[in-house]
Design a protein. Structure first.
Length: 352
């Protein structure tokens, strides 16, 4: 039975640093910590690695944390436990899911010399398969809770690096608000916050057109990105799209930012569709939402789309337009649900 989510206190995007220090001290004493992290939506996408093991991305990326969606993870390093145990939303997980978590915990154990296995419990308040990269929130929360429970005091950059090794986009869920993840080497490829969550009242409306589990996930997708002849062109242009997006974001200029994020999405999906094997993530309703977005703009409703490795569409608009966008999206045939979120805070320890 899920138990973590029901117990968490009301969330604020602001984090009390004194409380974080106190929670870290307690975690180190008890070898146990609980952390919360938000997923993020990329405005400039990460697709393809120059090093798959270390998850060093082929290009820099930029994203927004999603305040209303979160994952809560608790890590307890237990004496007498002979291997890591993982439960996700109340269900025991073994196999590749557990192996990936153990690999992240091993980085922490190597750093601290701690010779104990961990019990990991993780819960999310958003559905799996909803077009939200659940691994981003999961590995950000795991890194923050795991480091604290092992008594490892890491900086934000070090936590972002640790999260990146678990899932690339997770490094962008460590800092607050709107984050930029630089390409680089194992030390320098981390995410930093460009602006806090209160910088801009943007909304992400996640339009769910399918909840099916995709056959090729992001990790598999990154591995075949280089098989597309379009990937070099995508990577070559990423830096300048990111600069344009960052400038527009800092100026709160959606009319400039919107076309850039749409172009970045379409270039990524062109890479996906032209790889070997090709990855077609879109469903007919995906295209219907794209075309509706263009129509809404002609009708003076300022909203832009972005799409991750799946069929669901993220509609980005300012808060004042969110109700009209939601109503219009719900009228499209094939739309099952719409989840709405503003910009979120950093990954952090929580009282438990
Ligand atoms: C399309 O970070 O989920 O959402 O490192 O293998 O876990 P792994 O991949 P992941 O890839 C995210 C891909 C994306 C674009 C993005 O979020 O930048």
């Amino acid at each position: 039975m899920p138990t973590l989510i029901s117990k968490i206190p009301p969330l604020s995007t602001l984090v009390n640093q004194d409380e974080q220090i106190e929670l870290r001290a307690r975690a180190a004493r008890e070898h146990r910590a609980t952390a919360l992290a938000h997923p993020n939506i990329a405005f400039i996408k990460y697709w393809g690695n120059i090093d798959h093991l270390q998850r060093l991305p082929a290009n820099p990326s930029l994203s927004m944390n999603l305040a209303d969606l979160y994952t809560v993870t608790s890590v307890t390093f237990e004496m007498g436990l002979n291997q890591d145990v993982l439960s996700i939303n109340g269900t025991q997980v073994t196999g590749p899911g557990l192996t990936r978590v153990t690999a992240s915990l091993n980085l922490i154990r190597t750093e601290t010399g701690l010779n104990r296995a961990a019990r990991v419990e993780s819960e999310s308040n958003f559905p799996v398969g909803s077009g939200i990269a659940s691994s981003a929130a999961a590995f950000a929360a795991l890194s923050v809770a795991g480091a604290a429970a092992a008594g490892l005091a890491l900086t934000e950059a070090e936590l972002s690096r640790l999260a990146r090794r678990g899932s690339g986009s997770a490094c962008r869920s460590v800092p607050a608000g709107y984050c930029q993840w630089l390409a680089g080497n194992d030390q320098t490829s981390v995410a930093t916050s460009l602006a806090g969550p209160d910088h801009w009242n943007l909304r992400d409306l996640v339009v769910i057109v399918s909840q099916e589990h995709k056959s090729v996930g992001s990790t598999g997708g990154h591995q075949i990105a280089d098989t597309s002849s379009l990937q070099p062109a995508r990577v070559a242009g990423a830096e300048s799209r990111l600069a344009a997006c960052r400038q527009a974001l800092l100026a709160r200029d959606l009319a400039t930012m919107g076309p850039v994020i749409e172009e970045d999405t379409i270039i990524m999906h062109a890479v996906m569709m032209s790889g070997h094997p090709p990855l077609y993530y879109w469903h007919p309703a995906t295209m219907a939402v794209i075309q509706a977005t263009q129509q809404w703009r002609r009708e003076e409703l300022p909203v832009y789309f972005t799409i991750d490795a799946g069929p669901n569409v993220h509609l980005i608009c300012e808060a004042e337009h969110a109700p009209a966008v939601e109503a219009a999206a719900r009228r499209i045939a094939g739309v099952q649900d719409v989840l709405i979120s503003g910009a979120g805070g950093p990954a952090r320890l929580i009282e438990f």
